[in-house]
Design a protein around this ligand. Structure first.
Ligand SMILES: [Zn+2]
Length: 480
């Protein structure tokens, strides 16, 4: 809606009055809230924020609709395995439980849902929030107010004298808050909080950066849950869409998954206001601090190693969690790619985005006798293998590797590789071969399979040549 300019001041003043703000103060930002009754027994909260702009004031209203607040843990989109881990963590008598993700990733709802699932008459729950967004029966909530000295650390200190069972502190930003939270977690309390990090393993590094000694963290951290929200495809109008296998593999799907994979895309209909999406679903990466993980934290292993240990212990990485929702038809590949990233350490750039090269008919890709050692994968077209100018083989299967012999042996190129018609190949740096075999067995496996197939072919050829060239030795019967 484009409103006439002359109502600007009146409207800004009206919103500011409704939200209890100072209407004469136009030079500094202000925060307030409006509670509005809609119908008989429904009320909607608005979080109001003003910002002095060059030409007047900017106002943003954030709608907090309690009726759409889903504090049922089972409805957030946890995969069964992850949910089992989460329940295990929530059942522990004490420890620090962290939820992490960027603003708008649904951390608050997850925390509230977790608290709600533990909310019983005989359990005392205290929360310090900045500000309290939703009010819950049976939970004592405290608004943090830095201006009067009611900071997170101050609230936490007071909490410990109130004999709670469960504490939630809105966010851990500094060593003071972190230290008291840790102390509470080690003295018989379940402590929930949030951090601003990208994924679960990096929260461990963040806590150590803040100043918590690794051995202490290892002893008191129960879990880190990293999350993102993706839009749910509208059930009414989603349609099957075909993605190129290469795109699916690049997104992180495994080759063996492609055959049965059905993906959907957003269309738009009346049900979803033409958006193609309706509602949202969480993608969760849960790092449970098992004995192995605790050992790794205490030993201060590098982050990418911790990541691998966590995966061995059952953590499903964020991208993987998002892809599972794609495979279930709940969200689209687009959403998964938009909300999550393939962790850089898990796949290096030369594997995620290898250089693609195009060749014309007769172009030489590999020159016999040269000492370069890059290796390649055929993505489109055909190539011929030439030895001293004579064609000895042809590679026609997309996905087949070639040129890896030189990378393995370090010898000069044994034969030339020439494009037959147009072809496209991806190039991999030869000096990375050992790293690839060591760290990315999935990729290496494919390469070795190609290699073995080729060797078998050669083997058969040699056997055939040997049997054709020489007459078969006759079985002589020896006379006695
Ligand atoms: Zn729809």
């Amino acid at each position: 809606m484009n409103l006439p300019l002359n109502i600007r001041n009146a409207m800004v003043a009206r919103v500011k009055i409704l939200s209890g703000l100072n209407i004469t103060e136009r030079r500094v930002p202000q925060d307030g809230r409006i509670k509005m009754r809609v119908g008989a027994n429904k009320s909607v909260d608005f979080r109001v924020s003003t910002l002095p702009l060059l030409h007047g004031e900017g106002i943003v209203l954030r709608i907090l609709d309690k009726s759409s607040l889903n504090v049922d843990l089972t409805m957030l989109g946890f995969e069964p395995e992850t949910f089992a881990m989460l329940k295990r963590c929530l059942a522990r008598p004490q420890g620090l439980l962290l939820v992490t993700g960027p603003t708008g990733s649904g951390k608050t709802v997850t925390l509230y849902s977790a608290l709600n699932s533990l909310n019983r008459e005989d359990i005392k729950i205290l929360t310090a929030e900045d500000p309290v967004e939703f009010n819950f029966r049976g939970i004592c909530q405290v608004n943090v107010n830095t201006e009067v000295g009611m900071t997170f650390p101050a609230a936490l200190k007071a909490f410990l004298r109130q004999d709670p069972d469960i504490i939630m502190v809105g966010e851990i930003r500094d060593i003071d808050t972190a230290e008291i939270a840790m102390k509470a977690a080690m003295t018989g309390h379940l402590v929930f909080s949030t951090l601003h990090t990208n994924d679960a393993p990096s929260s461990v590094s963040r806590m150590i950066d803040i100043g918590i000694p690794p051995y202490l963290l290892a002893g008191s951290l129960t879990m880190v849950l990293a999350q993102r929200l993706g839009r749910r495809l509208c059930k009414n109008c989603k349609t099957v869409i075909h993605h190129e296998p290469d795109d699916l593999l690049a997104a992180g799907f495994r080759e063996e998954e492609l055959e049965d994979l059905v993906t959907y895309s957003a269309v738009g209909c009346k049900e979803c206001n033409g958006l193609g999406y309706k509602g949202r679903v969480g993608f969760f990466e849960l790092l449970e601090v098992t004995e192995e993980v605790a050992k790794a934290i205490a030993a201060e292993v590098p982050e990418d190693q911790l990541y691998k240990i966590a995966i061995k212990e059952g953590m499903i990485p964020l991208r993987r969690a998002a892809l599972m929702k794609v495979a279930q038809g709940i969200t689209s590949l687009e959403e998964a790619l938009r909300r999550t990233v393939v962790r850089e350490e898990s796949l290096p750039a030369y594997l995620v985005n290898p250089e693609v090269e195009e060749y014309e008919d007769g172009d030489v890709i590999i020159q016999e006798g040269n000492k370069d050692n890059d290796f390649f994968k055929l993505t489109r077209g055909r190539i011929a293998v030439l030895k001293s100018g004579k064609k000895i083989a042809e590679i026609t299967e997309p996905g087949e590797y070639f040129g890896e012999m030189a990378a393995m042996s370090g010898e000069p190129r044994f034969a030339s590789i020439v494009s037959v018609g147009r072809c496209a190949v991806t190039r991999y740096p030869g000096y990375k071969l050992l790293e690839l075999i060591e760290k990315y067995p999935d990729v290496a496996k494919k390469m070795f399979r190609t290699l073995v197939t080729r060797l078998q072919k050669t083997d058969r050829m040699i056997v055939k040549l040997a049997s054709n060239g020489r007459p078969r030795p006759k079985v002589m019967r020896q006379a006695n």
